[in-house]
Design a protein around this ligand. Structure first.
Ligand code: BG6
Length: 512
């Protein structure tokens, strides 16, 4: 039966699933357009959305930076970024339409006059492109500058909605560097934008495979019954990268692995893995469940025993020799920044009591892989002789977030032959094998959600604060040591202390 939302409009195909998700007219202002994130992710994502027909004709993109660029110079940077990094094929007509709405404002983040110029440019686009006075501001800038920009948006009237239209602000992570600075930043934000207009980006939530966690857990019957401490022995969440900090040392130094990715990406993965079923996936209900489980997370009781940190030394990855962190450009001699962090947390709830969650993240590890692995308890009784099951490990369910996206179930199977010998085997679902569509990039999804004003995939202040509450005691403990983290050779799975940490519990890290 035809859906009457579309009746009367011959251009609308009721079976086109994109329909409800096309953004309305608006201007997207990007601060920090000379940075890597803008070039590699944000600009290509804007183009990909346009190419998929998800941006309206009334769309404008404004870049703001210190460079002495004209509109055309900025447009040609966007063009280069799109040609190099966009996911979807280049189409001249899409680019032409998009580039007509591209503008550049040369200015300083802390100068009032620059914001007046920005306002004039936005006004011009509103008139010319029919963007209806709807404006989103994307802060892809160093965290130390968030407050300056927010205050200036406020002072210049750019955050005000008294002339109609909506205003939204997108904040990149890390949101603060501890609990009190996160509260302070939120305070500044709230003077300029109501909380419903604040979009805190955690790009992991935009990944298809992360959203698949919700599908796997809540659209199926067979997983939920075993998703608790009766069956699960422990959970490991790994985010391994083979790259170093490269040219990003000036951002990374002083932040480190725990603030950079555990406070946000890994704790979000933990929340989605451990939370109870939300009543629905709308923003309120989803966030409520995530907050509930995060508030039950107990920070490591003994940071000396339940955490580990490391810093990569020179070594080999991918067949080439790489320098250590202390040799990277931008590194400060007094640095105690970790490039690897691991911790064990427990969740104080009926479902998870007694099940440790081990989190680890690091750079210059042997390969790039993010996964969530549930390790199950051993069968309470094995009706085999001991030698039959020598090669039987724990059953495991592994959600492969990236790069080989899919799900693996590991269990014991009989080795062919006349004897009973049981060995671990894998059963695999791979995105690439089951679907022909390629997954949209996380930033495509999240940018679209911002333009649509769709908040479920954006953490709220409460989640950010809970994240810091879990991490602050660990960071304080590490700071109290006043020594640099333990070195690990590039291309290995982190410092010895990380292996000792989990071995103390009689377990070992997975080798993905
Ligand atoms: C970012 C971190 O949030 O995530 C980077 O700041 C990290 O340090 C990056 O390299 C990894 O993202 P992805 O999507 O490649 O796993």
């Amino acid at each position: 039966m035809a859906d009457d939302r579309f009746s009367g409009n011959p251009l609308r195909d009721p079976n086109d699933r994109r329909l409800p998700r096309i953004a309305g007219p608006c201007v997207l202002v990007m601060f920090g357009v000379t940075g890597d994130l803008a070039r590699k992710k944000l600009m290509p994502a804007v183009y990909d959305l346009a190419n998929r027909g998800l941006l309206p004709p009334g769309f404008g993109l404004v870049g703001f930076a210190r460079r002495e660029w004209a509109d055309e110079d900025f447009a040609s940077r966007v063009h280069e970024a799109v040609r190099e990094y966009a996911r979807t094929p280049f189409r001249e007509e899409v680019w032409r339409q998009l580039s007509e709405g591209i503008r550049f404002v040369q200015g300083n983040l802390d100068e009032e006059s620059s914001y007046a110029e920005l306002a004039a440019t936005i006004d011009e686009l509103d008139q010319l492109r029919g963007t209806n006075g709807n404006h989103a501001f994307y802060l892809s800038i160093p965290p130390g500058l968030f407050e300056t920009v927010i205050q200036n948006l406020n002072r210049s009237g750019l955050s005000a909605t008294d002339r109609g239209g909506w205003r939204r602000v997108v904040i990149e992570k890390p949101f603060g560097h501890d609990l009190s600075s996160a509260k302070e930043l939120n305070q500044v934000l709230s003077t300029a934008f109501p909380s419903k207009s604040v979009f805190r980006i955690d790009h992991y939530l935009g990944k298809e495979t992360v959203q698949n966690l919700l599908a796997l857990r809540f659209a199926n019957e067979m997983f939920e019954p075993v998703w608790n401490n009766h069956y699960v022995d422990h959970v490991q969440i790994t985010m391994a990268e083979d790259i170093g900090v490269g040219g990003r040392a000036s951002y990374y130094d002083g932040i480190g692995a725990a603030r950079d990715v555990i406070q946000n990406h890994l704790l979000q993965l933990l929340a989605l893995t451990a939370m109870d079923e939300p009543i629905s996936f709308d923003a309120t209900n989803l966030r409520r469940e995530k907050q509930k489980v995060l508030s039950a997370v107990l920070p490591p009781k003994r940071p000396d025993l339940h955490t580990a940190r490391g810093r990569y030394a020179a070594g080999w990855t991918g067949g080439r020799h790489v320098v250590g962190y202390v040799e990277e450009e931008g590194f400060k001699a007094t640095s105690t920044t970790e490039t690897f962090a691991a911790l064990r947390v427990d969740i104080d709830s009926r479902r998870w009591a007694g099940v440790p969650f081990y989190l680890r993240a690091g750079k210059r590890l042997p390969r790039r892989v993010t996964e969530i692995a549930l390790g199950f308890r051993k069968a309470p009784h094995l009706p085999f002789t001991a030698t039959d099951t020598l090669d039987l490990g724990r059953n495991a369910l592994v959600m492969r977030i990236q790069p080989d996206e899919g799900v693996t179930l590991r269990f014991g199977a009989k080795v062919p032959g006349s004897q009973m010998e049981i060995r671990d085997v894998n059963m695999d679902f791979g995105y690439g094998d089951s679907f022909t569509e390629s997954s949209p990039e996380a930033y495509e999804r999240l940018l679209l959600d911002v333009l649509l004003g769709d908040p479920p995939l954006f953490p709220q202040q409460e989640e950010v604060e809970l994240g810091w509450q879990i991490l602050d005691p660990v960071l304080d403990y590490w700071a109290s040591l006043k020594s640099p983290p333990e070195d690990y050779e590039s291309g290995t799975w982190g410092p010895a202390s990380a292996h000792e940490m989990i071995a103390r519990d009689g377990r070992a890290w997975r080798r993905p």
